[in-house]
Ligand binder design. Sequence first.
Ligand code: SAM
Length: 282
Amino acid sequence: MTGEKAPDQRDGDAKSRVGSMLLAVCVAIRNVVVGGNLASTGLIGSPQKLVAYVSESLFLYRLMAQKSDLPQVQVWKGLGLPAEAARIEVMLCAEAAEEWFRNVPSYGMDLVSLCTLCRLLRPRVIFEIGTLRGSGALHLAANSPGAEVYTLDLGPSDRPSLSTTVVDDSHVRYHSEVRKYYFSGRPEEQRIHCLFGDSAKFDFSPWEQRVDLFFIDGAHSYNYVHNDTLKALKCCRPGSVLAWHDYGRAGLNGVSKWLHEFRGQGRQIYRTPGGSLAYARL
Ligand SMILES: C[S@@+](CC[C@H](N)C(=O)[O-])C[C@H]1O[C@@H](n2cnc3c(N)ncnc32)[C@H](O)[C@@H]1O
């Protein structure tokens, strides 16, 4: 099979790309109207910075207002550990950590929380959806000595089969240009296994009931997060931890919509205070 698509399919792809671009523009305008303030008028000449600023201000608002949100609970409490167990050393890998420690602080909080989860849970088998440049995979491995880390991303000829967001499309393009992972040449590389495929079609059966920590950070549309969660549930067992990145972020975000629905099914799900990492112990 080649990667060539029939003209009808190419037309359909182009139409859906235009549709999702239009939707993204509408959401950006809504965020500027709802999340903007007097200070943000100073960014009117830099539309990208303006959208990033108002999105972050909405994210912060939701964090502080705590309206219909997941409860904010530190991971040591969420895992039910006594306070005296909460003396934790996490390992940050400087160059790779720069992907998370940006001018917006919540991403750094997410990385520290993810590393903390590893330190407390001591998983033997970890599965991540969404490798990108391997920053998450490296930190998962570095903070889980002895664990095997499996990380799945699209291969060169794979295309997402479910709907994606505009930001997902830019990540997919970025990933296709990655030539070297952060873990390349590091000792952790021996324990990190790259897998390729679309998470909606990938065969997860070899990992069924084997995964202790499952980190979902692939595409962020509702359809993908829903799909990835159901696949992850099959790979986990009682006591395993499921974690999702980008909960509560403003914009096209299926993570929040799906997790509120998932919580409605009787699941106990938390988010980390100040961050966008959500997690549940099964
Ligand atoms: C936000 S990035 C992942 C960041 C990464 N976890 C890290 O720690 O740096 C999302 C990644 O998911 C991948 N992705 C998007 N759709 C996917 C799909 N359907 N199946 C597998 N991977 C997908 C993208 O190619 C991209 O590399």
